[in-house]
Design a protein around this ligand. Structure first.
Ligand SMILES: [Zn+2]
Length: 140
């Protein structure tokens, strides 16, 4: 799996989402605020709608930025914490193809799909709940 390409794609998807859900309402809202005539009584509606749209846009820009950081951090983790990494970091816990938990020594390791289109599995100790490493899902 090419993690750099996956991360680039995620960044592009979020940039598009930020433009549509954030930039568009923020831009339209700002225009409404700027173009509302100060002295007319009807201007307050334009101002209120504009402020709502701009706030909505800012909210989504902030929210999507946070989600993007989380996604990228997750892929950093998936890229780093592989079986090869686990074997070199804890050689005593990965001998002759037998994996055990380096925290508690248990050999009961649960493998479950991470979901959310990550196509990765999490290898987790059943006894203490520690995550040992991640692996790409085997494609059929
Ligand atoms: Zn454990």
């Amino acid at each position: 799996m090419d993690y750099q390409e996956v991360k680039r794609n995620i960044q592009n998807e979020f940039l598009l989402a930020k433009c549509i859900f954030g930039g568009l309402p923020l831009g339209i809202g700002s225009l409404m605020i700027i173009s509302s005539p100060v002295e007319k009584s009807t201007s307050s509606e334009l101002l209120v709608f504009g402020a709502c749209a701009a706030t909505f846009g800012l909210y989504w820009i902030r929210k999507l930025s946070g989600r993007l950081r989380e996604r990228l951090a997750l892929y950093d983790l998936l890229e780093k914490k592989t079986y090869a990494w686990y074997r070199s970091a804890h050689p005593e816990s990965a001998q002759a193809g037998r994996v055990s938990c380096h925290q508690c020594g248990s050999r009961k390791i649960n493998v479950r799909g991470l979901g959310s289109h990550t196509y990765h599995c999490q290898h987790k100790c059943v006894e203490c709940g520690h995550t040992l490493f991640y692996s790409p899902e085997l494609s059929a």
